[in-house]
Design a protein around this ligand. Structure first.
Ligand SMILES: [Cu+2]
Length: 459
């Protein structure tokens, strides 16, 4: 790509000036260009933007209660920053360029250091021009391990992604900000894979019990997933343990940024098909991750797994007495909004379109000067999101997890990202325990970039 050797060296030369001598030991996470073979070998390799040269970036593992430290070194020729998705984090470390920090210029670095209060499956990704930077490869898994891990034979991270690649050149297709993409379902890839491989596979023995940590790091694709040759239970969503493991009997839906932890027993016999299937566009089920079954584990198949130990602060207070705030999801193709607030004034649809903006949250296009809501620390908040568009949206709250709340008051599992289907209403409730400025936005990253981003203030 455009990064030259000279640019690379110049970038490095700047770094010592930016580094305080006291923190020399902080581990590095370097955003850099690299060549990665994403497509099959008969196609050219793909120039990517990566963490440490790999797509996805390195799996970061830490223990619950640890403090995580990483120095982001920006060897790209664009500014960047890192969001630690799902961590109930110190606001200054949340990585949102333009809200919680300035983007890190090329050749500079930024020190991230924060506590990990919760165990679970999380991920990290660029949060500066994320619709392009994440699509080019800037994401990785962040695993926070329980003090007492569940009784499984293996723990596997499956980072599920799709890439839009020009098969002639191996390069990512341009048009990250194409109006057609932004105003419709977002950037959908032509190649689907796991852990950077279109043909990802792992081997296992019959009766082995695996923990599978599924992470959807795609820009916009909602994955429908099924198990084959496996008996499984969902034990956590978006990092947070379920009160009871839920048997997997049907299609699992994993929207962008969502995670699901499964515990699966390999039921397939040696040589039989096993693994994870995804629903392709032509309504067929295709292999996403294959499990090659070889041999048989001594253990016979086991009982239902025990629930994971709960994380602290999984309650959401008393939503029935909390103030309800309405957040309509608006805009997009075929359902354009007439007007919305943009850059401090009410702006007509035609002008929004001229500015590449197609979506609004609560009649606000992109970050406004005032937050959608100002919450007192400890207050229980209720937000009712009504999807007035014809597209699904994966709504993500930074800094805090929420529960969905049904009309009858029943609460759903604790999550950080919820899929709101067209013409549906989803109410969320959470305790505003974490002070700071927090984004609430669609995780179809093209939607977020073209208007579907708002924020809340907790003070
Ligand atoms: Cu959206």
């Amino acid at each position: 790509m455009r990064m030259t050797r000279r640019g690379f060296c110049a970038g490095l030369a700047l770094l010592p000036l930016a580094r305080p001598a006291v923190a020399q030991t902080m581990p590095l996470l370097t955003a850099q260009e690299a060549m990665v073979q994403l497509a099959p070998d008969t196609y050219p390799a793909t120039p990517v933007w990566s963490y440490d040269g790999a797509v996805p970036g390195p799996v970061i593992r830490a223990a619950q209660g640890d403090r995580l430290e990483r120095r982001l070194v920006n060897d790209l020729n664009v500014p960047t920053s890192i969001h630690w998705h799902g961590i109930r984090i110190d606001n200054a470390m949340d990585g949102v360029a333009g809200l919680t920090q300035d983007p890190v210029p090329p050749g500079h670095s930024f020190d991230y250091a924060f506590d990990l209060p919760d165990a679970g499956t999380y991920w990290y990704h660029a949060h500066t021009n994320s619709m392009e930077q994440v699509a080019r490869g800037l994401s990785g898994a962040l695993i926070v391990e329980e003090t007492t891990p569940p009784d499984v034979d293996r723990d596997e991270v499956l980072m599920i992604d799709d890439w839009l690649i020009d098969p002639d050149t191996g390069r990512f297709a341009d048009g990250f900000a194409a109006p057609m993409t932004l105003s419709h379902g977002g950037r959908i890839g032509n190649l689907v894979g796991v852990n950077g491989r279109y043909d990802y596979s792992l081997s296992a023995r019959q009766n082995e019990r695996l923990r599978l940590r599924l992470i959807n790091s795609a820009n916009a694709r909602i994955f429908g997933l099924r198990l084959e040759g496996l008996r499984g239970w969902a034990v956590a969503l978006d990092g947070m343990p379920l009160a009871e493991p839920g048997p997997v009997t049907d299609t699992l839906v994993l929207a962008p940024a969502q995670r699901i932890d499964l515990i699966v027993d390999v039921t397939a016999e040696e040589g039989a098909a096993a693994g994870l299937l995804f629903a392709a566009a032509d309504d067929t089920w295709r292999a996403l991750a294959e499990i090659t079954v070889a041999g048989r584990s001594a253990t016979a198949s086991r009982d239902m797994p025990a629930p994971l130990p709960p994380n602290p602060r999984m309650e959401v207070g008393s939503p029935e007495t909390a103030r309800l705030r309405d957040m309509p999801l608006q805009g997009g193709a075929m359902r354009g909004l007439e007007r919305a607030r943009f850059r401090g004034r009410v702006t007509a649809w035609q002008e929004l379109v001229r500015n590449g903006r197609f979506w609004a949250l609560a009649r606000q296009v992109g970050l406004g000067e005032t937050p959608f809501a100002t919450l007192s620390r400890g207050e229980t908040a209720r937000i009712r999101m009504t999807n007035d568009t014809i597209f699904p949206h994966a709504m993500h709250l930074h800094g805090m997890h929420f529960r969905t709340r049904n009309e009858d008051g029943a609460l759903g599992p604790l999550r950080d990202t919820v899929l709101v289907m067209p013409n549906e209403t989803t109410e969320i409730a959470f305790v505003a325990h974490n002070p700071g400025k927090w984004l609430l936005h669609c995780h179809m990253l093209g939607h977020a970039a073209s208007g579907m981003t708002n924020w809340i203030m907790v003070s």
